[in-house]
Design a protein around this ligand. Structure first.
Ligand SMILES: [Fe+2]
Ligand SMILES: [Fe+2]
Length: 278
């Protein structure tokens, strides 16, 4: 038996700035045709849910309207960014409560034949919120009780670029302390897939015993002057075919009709990138 999970990511949906909502409509049409067993949004569901309830609510209502089973984990634009990296919108208890009031739990497990899917709140990891240790306990328990199932970890940010030993502290990858904490909670588990978003590029590489799959955004790509090329700058989603024998095949899907927006041309969304760069 094979279970298909459509991983969508970085949808950046908004009430007042609906630049990317049309791409989500095209995506929805493709998903209703493909009929995956489950849809998982790996974060940045909203354009600015970290500050605007309306963006969270709009993002939620558009997912509910898909007519498919779905789960989500928060991205930095939904719940605030990792603490300690100089973000103007860091995660705090108020932002977390606001996210959970709309989307429900920010970390979860979901079992399918041969697999346990674990979704985590990347920005909570390594923060000063009391819920960080609750999440660690939850993941440790989920891994310890997997009972022979393979583990797939869904997390908004990539854990690293090429190695878990990287020390760079920034916004693109999970901060080293958060990454170390998360991997330690999974120590000894049969981690076979780490599925993330956040970079708005598709990439599929071999990790330390697992596959690292980066889902592209459904909304936009970033220009090369602002962000290096790590993989493919496309808009689409990833189809994960989870087999009951504990293996997985992950495939990039590019639905028709989705516009390849470059955020450089839409300064109304997040400002002028060239001004931020220099
Ligand atoms: Fe994003
Ligand atoms: Fe993000």
């Amino acid at each position: 038996m094979t279970v298909h999970v459509a991983q969508i990511s970085d949808t950046h949906l908004s009430e007042a700035k609906p630049f990317f909502n049309a791409n989500f409509e095209r995506l929805g049409e493709a998903l209703r045709t493909a009929k995956p067993d489950l849809v998982i949004n790996s974060g940045d569901i909203s354009l600015d849910g970290a500050d605007l309830d309306a963006d969270l609510r709009r993002g939620h209502s558009l997912h509910a309207a898909l007519g498919l089973d779905w789960l989500a984990i928060p991205g930095n634009h939904d719940i605030g960014d990792s603490q300690g990296i100089g973000s103007k919108e860091p995660i705090d208890a108020r932002r977390r409560d606001r996210y959970r009031a709309v989307f429900g739990e920010d970390y979860w497990t979901h079992d399918i034949p041969g697999w346990r899917l674990i979704g985590v709140n990347a920005q909570l990891a390594g923060s000063d919120l009391a819920a960080d240790s609750d999440q660690s306990d939850f993941v440790r328990h989920a891994a310890a009780t997997a009972n022979g199932r393979s583990i797939a970890l869904f997390v908004h940010k990539p854990l690293y670029d090429v190695s878990p030993t990287e020390t760079e502290l920034g916004g693109r990858f999970l901060p080293p302390a958060a990454r170390g904490g998360l991997l330690s909670t999974l120590n000894g588990a049969a981690l076979r897939l780490v599925a993330c978003g956040h970079v708005h590029q598709f990439r599929d590489t071999k990790g330390d015993g697992w596959r690292d799959v980066w889902a592209p955004s459904t909304a936009f790509i970033l220009p090369d002057f602002f962000q290096p090329v790590f993989g493919s700058k496309v808009v689409g989603y990833v189809d994960h075919a989870f087999h009951a024998d504990g293996t997985v095949d992950s495939r990039l899907v590019l639905p028709p009709g989705m516009a390849l927006h470059n955020i450089e041309t839409i300064p109304e969304a997040y400002g002028d990138l060239r001004a931020r760069k220099h």
